[in-house]
Design a protein. Structure first.
Length: 44
């Protein structure tokens, strides 16, 4: 996962891919939280 390095030519995380992983995981966590909230409201 090095799309920032490929697109912008900079390596803010030193090339290890941790920043890109965070950018991928944060929306997944938000979507999971929204889904869980919706599932809880729907069961009431």
């Amino acid at each position: 996962m090095d799309f920032i390095e490929r697109i912008f030519g900079v390596s803010p995380d030193g090339g290890n891919g941790s920043l890109e992983a965070l950018w991928f995981l944060i929306p997944l966590v938000i979507l999971a939280a929204l889904w869980a909230r919706h599932a809880r409201r729907g069961s009431r």
